[in-house]
Design a protein around this ligand. Structure first.
Ligand SMILES: Nc1ncnc2c1ncn2[C@@H]1O[C@H](COP(=O)(O)OP(=O)(O)OP(=O)(O)O)[C@@H](O)[C@H]1O
Length: 311
């Protein structure tokens, strides 16, 4: 079942076109992730669906309702993660949840939310005493206090350390098990790849690719990268000879020395590797380590946007 449908969204701020033309559908129970470079229009898109900004044109349907006619009803059914700066610093975790709960007809028990976001043991702490990760978890809890069906998370893990980030992933995956729908933006490619059912890449206010992470990666090509570290440092001449030979091996599309390792991008890694090992064997070049890397969502992003990924 489609729970969010946006068609030809457009939003300008003076001479700046934040969102030019964005259309997509999100299915119930999906984790749908919007990624893109700085200023691509992710937050503006999210805020239009959340009803916080009005599009210049285009349509938004949330669970078969629209913002013009059904504003009060939609607000009861969605959950928007507040900025951590919007939490009440001098209230405890429990009190923050209780306060937000009072805004809604439909409510989830505070104890259940505490459990869900793993804050039961910190419930009597004031917000100002929480770590960044704990504040983010509370913010997600607040978005869930009305037992919302659709959750909007705008960069929920930005600035967190890897462990705190993983704790948030666990919550998002738990929400999926509860058949909640999550619409997410992130700057972390690994996060998009691990969590998302589908990823939408936006650039300059337009969608440039949208699919499952696996399909997007496959769409890029069948390329894989073979990285070889040799036992002994080669002379510049030896390095050049090996690179020349490697470049001419079957199915190699790119070859280079990168940080002392030979990198070969191949469309048929097995065949390339066979020929490479034959050569190094004959030349008695010792190999210390070989790894084969699948292409990642990050490679896809760079291929589509032509832009560096920032983490
Ligand atoms: N209220 C506003 N007034 C003027 N310009 C705005 C406003 N909100 C957003 N913009 C501009 O619109 C463009 C898109 O911004 P948006 O915040 O949606 O991008 P984003 O993809 O979320 O970026 P980031 O990854 O940096 O968070 C940017 O050029 C931004 O400066």
């Amino acid at each position: 079942m489609v729970v969010v449908q946006v068609e030809h969204l457009k939003k300008t701020f003076g001479s700046i076109t934040a969102v030019e033309d964005v259309s997509f559908e999100v299915q119930e129970g999906e984790i749908f992730t919007i990624i893109g470079p700085n200023g691509a229009g992710k937050t503006t898109t999210l805020e239009m669906i959340e009803g916080l900004q009005h599009p210049d044109s285009g349509s938004i349907t949330v669970m078969d309702m629209n913002w013009k006619q059904d504003e009060a009803k939609i607000k009861q059914r969605i959950g928007v993660q507040p900025q951590t700066s919007a939490l009440f610093d001098l209230l405890t975790v429990y009190e923050n949840l209780l306060l937000f709960q009072s805004f809604y007809h439909q409510q989830r028990a505070v104890e259940e939310i505490l459990e869900l976001v793993n804050l039961t043991e910190h419930q009597t702490k004031k917000v100002k005493a929480l770590s960044g990760g704990q504040k983010q978890r509370l913010a997600i809890g607040l978005a869930m206090i009305n037992d919302s069906d659709i959750l909007f998370l705008d960069e929920p893990t930005t600035g967190l350390d890897p462990q705190a980030r993983r704790n948030i992933w666990d919550i998002i995956l738990k929400l999926k098990e509860m058949n909640k729908t999550t619409i997410l933006t992130t700057h972390y490619m690994e996060e998009a790849e691990k969590l998302s059912d589908r990823v939408c890449i936006v650039d300059q206010g337009k969608i440039i690719a949208m699919d499952t992470p696996a399909q997007l990666i496959q769409q890029l090509s069948k390329e894989r990268e073979i990285v070889v570290r040799l036992e002994h440092k080669q002379t510049a001449l030896e390095e050049e000879e090996l690179l020349n030979h490697a470049s001419g091996l079957p199915d190699v599309v790119r070859a280079e020395w990168d940080a002392g390792r030979l990198s070969l991008v191949s469309t048929n890694a097995e065949v390339t590797l066979f020929h490479l090992l034959k050569h190094t064997n004959e030349q008695e070049i010792g190999i210390e380590q070989i790894s084969i890397r699948e292409m990642s969502l990050e490679d896809v992003f760079i291929a589509f946007t032509g832009k560096e990924w920032r983490d």
